[in-house]
Design a protein around this ligand. Structure first.
Ligand code: GLN
Ligand code: ZN
Length: 753
């Protein structure tokens, strides 16, 4: 009989209770005991949900007030010096968020998810000291409730591998002293019960692993498994395959290995090894990071194909359910045909336990049999749904012949420069201007039908008028309309495209208290009507300067949505590319000469494994080029990306063949400039000359220096001058002087040239 396991459970709360109480606490509107109360309510609720669903392996220590990596730093006593004089919750939240005297610790993306963790700052003179309080308390809390949990901890390799060593050198030089703390932890938890199960997460290894790190693995796990006889150790990986690690781990005294068979299909190659060992296989077959209903028939077939003894297999989620929303029960006004395809965390619990039963060959109760039959029907409906499969879209995408623009970039740029008539060091902005309270209110009022279309439009147009005036007064060369009509760069477009769905409550934690509610792409994508045309046309009619049209690109739309899993992702982004190409065509016909296709999330879709990168890049470049394929040589295509680690992808960016790209540089200590220096760059480029993420107004001098350093690596005729991202999070009081200084800096440099 096969059991079921949940790798981890979300913690923000189905009504975002944790978010709300944290923000209340940070605003000093309640004290910490209120946070603790909410946290303990949530933990209880989540344990009981899992228990009631019949899940066999339920976690403790998957909860966190902010982030599990941060919790691990606290557990180890890995506290950066600047926080040493703080204690308890002051310490914890200052590390996460900074305070008036201390910079927050760095935060970065957790593998290729949209979750962000707090990056540990380690140094050679650290002295680690175990603090097991959270782990012990949570275990006991669950036990009092009658739930005997497995204890989740982040593995030593993942912890170290994702850390920064602030004094330079290899983080793994700290391996010995950190391992000692893990061993101490094992001693402490071994006393908690007769038998304890520990789940150690080691996703670090799914990116591929070097021989040196692997050589430490056996040592570490032989040692940890030997600390106490009553601890059974599971090592879990997710998001990709980890065959290199598995080969080592089967020769250690582990109890079980957790593998992802949704995103790590190649884990299949390790099955023989595991079968021939004494290890239990924890098989992740319920997608932990996407929202689609599990296809029971397919999952059971997959499990059967492993050829294992059924009691040596535990049916599991592919990763922690942290990455999916809570429950469909609040989705009260969703189309039924769409809703039947979905499964959030709570629904996945039921899938998991039923799946384990079906696979085990247990006799199903009447209700279970009914659910199984219903699942088969739902999957069939999805396959044949007219709502999902649009033959026109499919034909068009399949028979597409125009895959890119005409002409070489150099010819195109020459033509564009002639009629756009701009000089070297031309100035522009990235698109959005400050989202004022009035603009937000107007959008909200229109959405809830408090104001009609005419009133709404006149408010937006008034904003656009002001925004144009600001830019003209400041003396910017290429203008934007300011994006007042957009709530979010993906949602805005998704709402106007066919194939996108929206939820009421599909919140997913992004970092700390911050949650996002990604749209989902459930069907073939097309664009029935123009999406930006009227706004841009209006804006252009108000100025003699060129007005830049503004779109979100296909990869960004893809990477910031939940994407259907019944066709390849690359097929979805191709459809998005085609849909966007129609918008470009309309803008161009209306006389818009410059169009920017933002690819803010281009890099987020990069695969974890080196060997898959080429394919992603090929498809991404293909679909970006399709999206701009309708632009004639005279139309200038811009793109924008908000990060600067371009070392490995600069060639790919060039291949996208945009005439102009604007990129972040200001915040990253000019690493980008080095790349330009070494690699050169073909098209025109606007490396941001100031950081918009801070309210500070940069001085003229500062920006002159920044432009000078740009000029050291690229000639002035190739350079655009702009801030490093959109201005929507800033205030006009900051934006106007900043842009004035930017233009003045350009004039100073120009006079000198
Ligand atoms: N055009 C968008 C803006 O200015 C780009 C947003 C982004 O790069 N994240 O807001
Ligand atoms: Zn940006």
């Amino acid at each position: 009989m096969s059991k079921s396991l949940v790798v981890g459970f979300p913690r923000i709360g189905e009504q975002r209770e944790l978010k709300k109480v944290l923000e209340k606490f940070w605003a000093k509107k309640c004290d910490f005991s209120e946070v603790e109360n909410v946290a303990s309510e949530l933990k209880k609720r989540h344990w009981l949900y899992q228990k009631d669903a019949g899940v066999d392996f339920i976690s403790s220590n998957d909860f966190s007030l902010y982030d599990n990596m941060l919790d691990t730093s606290i557990m180890l006593g890995a506290i950066p010096k600047r926080f040493k004089d703080l204690s308890a919750e002051d310490l914890y939240f200052s590390m996460a968020r900074g305070d008036k005297d201390r910079k927050a610790m760095q935060m970065t993306k957790w593998f290729n998810t949209n979750y962000h963790y707090i990056v540990p700052e380690l140094s050679s003179d650290d002295v680690y000291k175990l603090n097991a309080k959270k782990i012990v308390d949570e275990y006991n809390e669950a036990k009092e409730l009658g739930v005997k949990t497995k204890i989740n901890i982040i593995g030593i390799f993942t912890y170290l591998g994702l850390s920064n060593k602030v004094d330079g050198g290899d983080v793994f030089s700290l391996f010995g002293s950190v391992l000692e703390q893990y061993a101490k932890l094992f001693e402490i938890i071994s006393a908690l019960d007769d038998e304890i199960i520990v789940q150690i997460d080691e996703p670090y290894f799914v990116k591929g692993s070097d021989a040196k790190t692997l050589s430490l693995v056996k040592k570490a796990y032989d040692y940890l498994c030997g600390v106490s006889k009553n601890i059974k150790v599971i090592v879990t990986t997710y998001f990709e395959h980890s065959n290199e690690l598995t080969r080592v781990l089967v020769n250690t005294p582990l109890y079980a290995l957790g593998l992802d068979f949704i995103y790590g299909k190649k884990n299949i190659e390790s099955l023989e090894l595991i079968k021939n060992s004494d290890k239990v296989l924890i098989a992740g077959v319920v997608d932990g990071r996407n929202i689609w209903k599990n296809d029971f028939t397919k999952s059971v077939e997959l499990l059967e194909s492993f050829g294992f003894d059924k009691d040596k297999v535990v049916v599991s989620t592919s990763c922690s359910l942290l990455h999916v929303p809570y429950t469909l029960k609040y989705e009260t006004n969703m189309d039924d045909e769409i809703k039947t395809n979905l499964s959030y965390a709570l629904e996945k619990l039921d899938e998991l336990t039923l799946l384990a039963k079906i696979y085990s060959g247990d006799t199903l109760s009447e209700d279970e049999q009914k659910r199984y039959n219903q699942n088969k029907k739902d999957i069939q409906v999805r396959k044949n749904s007219k709502k999902i499969h649009n033959a026109d879209v499919q034909d068009r995408v399949k028979n597409l012949t125009k895959l890119q623009r005409d002409g070489e970039f150099s010819t195109r740029l020459k033509k564009q420069k002639e009629h756009l008539n701009y000089s070297d060091l031309v100035t522009t902005t990235i698109g959005s201007f400050p989202q004022t309270p009035e603009v937000r209110e107007a959008r909200k009022a229109y959405k809830s039908s408090e104001i009609d279309r005419d009133v709404y439009e006149s408010k937006m147009k008034a904003y656009i008028d002001d925004c144009i005036k600001v830019q003209e007064d400041v003396g910017i060369d290429v203008l934007v309309h300011g994006e007042p009509e957009r709530n979010d760069m993906v949602e805005y477009f998704g709402e106007m495209m066919d194939g996108f769905g929206f939820s009421k409550n599909a919140w997913v934690q992004s970092y700390g208290s911050r949650c996002v509610k990604p749209p989902f792409i459930y069907a073939d994508v097309s664009r029935p009507e123009p999406m930006t045309l009227e706004w841009i046309k209006y804006a252009q009619s108000k100025t003699n300067k060129p007005m830049k049209g503004m779109l979100s690109g296909p990869l960004t739309m893809l990477n910031w949505s939940f994407v259907r899993d019944d066709i390849p992702r690359s097929e979805v982004s191709k459809q998005l590319g085609v849909a966007l190409s129609d918008e470009i065509s309309d803008l161009q016909d209306a006389g818009i000469k410059i169009i920017q296709v933002d690819e803010a999330a281009f890099k987020e879709g990069y695969p974890l494994r080196e060997e898959n990168i080429k394919e992603y890049e090929n498809n991404s470049v293909r679909d970006f080029k399709i999206s701009v394929s309708t632009a004639t040589q005279d139309t200038q295509i811009h793109t924008h990306m908000c990060y600067s680690e371009f070392n490995s992808i600069i060639k790919t960016i060039e291949d996208m063949d945009a005439d102009v790209i604007s990129i972040e540089t200001a915040r990253s200590g000019n690493t980008l400039l080095k790349i330009f220096k070494e690699h050169g760059y073909k098209q025109e480029v606007g490396p941001g000359v100031y950081d918009i993420h801070s309210p500070r107004v940069p001085s003229v001098d500062e920006m002159v220096r920044q432009i000078d350093s740009l000029l050291e690596v690229l000639p002035s005729k190739q350079l655009w001058i702009n801030p490093d991202c959109g201005l929507k999070t800033r205030k006009y009081e900051e934006v106007i002087p900043s842009l004035k200084n930017m233009v003045e800096a350009v004039n100073i440099v120009k006079a000198r040239l």
